[in-house]
Design a protein around this ligand. Structure first.
Ligand SMILES: C[C@@](CO)(OP(=O)(O)O)[C@H](O)COP(=O)(O)OP(=O)(O)OC[C@H]1O[C@@H](n2ccc(N)nc2=O)[C@H](O)[C@@H]1O
Ligand SMILES: Nc1ncnc2c1ncn2[C@@H]1O[C@H](COP(=O)(O)OP(=O)(O)O)[C@@H](O)[C@H]1O
Length: 289
């Protein structure tokens, strides 16, 4: 049997770091939402009892370092599954970009294998398993819009953001998430007001969402990568209503309310940046079919 799952990218509308925990992770408060730039994961039964990754992307590992591989291995081990699976990843989300591509592939693999192997697990159970793979995996299991706390694994669902266009621009540099967290000085950081962002979503107030976009990790990545600041400036100059770096970066996203401006911003950015995407916010969160 063969089945397909979409693995959408996420952006962080607000990202705060409260403190470094004794286990080395940071306690965070993040408002996250999925967008319609997605990898496509195809899962098919294998006669041999093994996990095979097919990706055709030189930045994506095809062995047990792949987060989709880890998701399959975890389910296989926990539920004593004795059949093999081939996981084909059609990559559309830029890698190491702050868009959670790997985490979303892992989450889609959990959802897909739950169906393929008829495990009967709930999304909550899949999210709990996902937290063993990475901090962003639980959010990606549900998708939609949510407040993520703890190290990112505690999820509370939030209303869909007001309708708008999102422009994503990824500079050529890649960023290490661990390195960005390590270089953050929590005491000196400019913190977002997470409650105000939640209120903006509850009121469906586009202007309020724009004025509360803030990411505590942005300064860290901007400091070593001036290219990110340049993209932010240009996106604003071309007419985006508000701009921010997503996650640990380096992808920058801009919110645009009026469709008439989207093409101009896209064309302007394409003049000096190879990876630019125009996307929408994905309203609905995942359900089990
Ligand atoms: C920054 C964020 C924001 O959404 O996303 P990305 O930029 O990676 O997309 C996430 O917090 C990234 O989550 P994820 O990429 O799943 O991180 P993990 O694999 O769990 O951890 C990678 C490393 O980042 C650091 N880390 C991660 C999460 C956290 N709350 N505190 C941390 O200090 C740790 O050093 C850890 O070893
Ligand atoms: N399925 C996958 N897709 C992309 N990268 C993956 C995957 N599995 C493991 N990785 C590794 O994870 C690292 C971070 O990838 P990614 O999830 O795209 O970035 P980010 O954490 O910035 O959102 C990459 O450098 C890559 O080596």
């Amino acid at each position: 049997m063969k089945l397909m799952e979409k693995a959408p990218a996420k952006i962080n509308l607000a990202l705060d770091v409260l403190y470094k925990r004794p286990d080395g992770y940071h306690e965070v408060e993040m408002v996250m939402t999925t967008v319609d730039l997605a990898d496509r994961i195809e899962l098919s039964d294998l006669a041999a009892n093994e996990i095979r990754i097919i990706s055709h992307n030189r930045f994506v590992p095809d062995d047990n370092r792949n987060l989709a591989y880890q998701a399959a291995a975890l389910l296989k081990d926990r539920y004593k599954v004795r059949t093999g699976v081939s996981i084909s990843i059609e990559k559309h989300i830029p890698v190491a970009a702050g868009l959670a591509g790997g985490s979303s592939d892992a989450a889609a693999t959990l959802r897909g294998l739950n169906r393929l192997w008829k495990l009967g697990l709930t999304l909550d159970e899949l999210a709990e398993l996902g937290s063993e793979i990475g901090s962003d995996v639980p959010f990606c299991v549900y998708g939609g819009t949510a407040l993520a706390t703890g190290r990112g694994e505690k999820i509370e669902h939030l209303p869909v953001p007001p309708k708008c266009w999102i422009i994503l621009a990824k500079p050529t540099i890649g960023v290490s998430t661990a390195d960005v967290y390590k270089r953050l000085n929590v005491a000196d950081a400019d913190h977002p007001d997470i409650l105000q962002m939640i209120s903006a979503l509850e009121l469906s107030d586009y202007r309020k969402v724009c004025s509360n976009l803030k990411n505590v990790l942005e300064q860290v990545t901007l400091y070593t990568n001036p290219e990110v600041a340049h993209i932010k400036d240009q996106m604003k100059r071309f007419g985006a209503d508000a701009v921010l770096m997503s996650g640990s970066g380096p992808t920058v996203f801009g919110l645009v309310e009026h469709e008439s401006r989207v093409q101009r911003i896209y064309n302007g950015l394409r003049g000096f940046c190879d990876q630019v995407y125009t996307v929408r916010i994905l309203g609905e969160r995942n359900t089990l079919e």
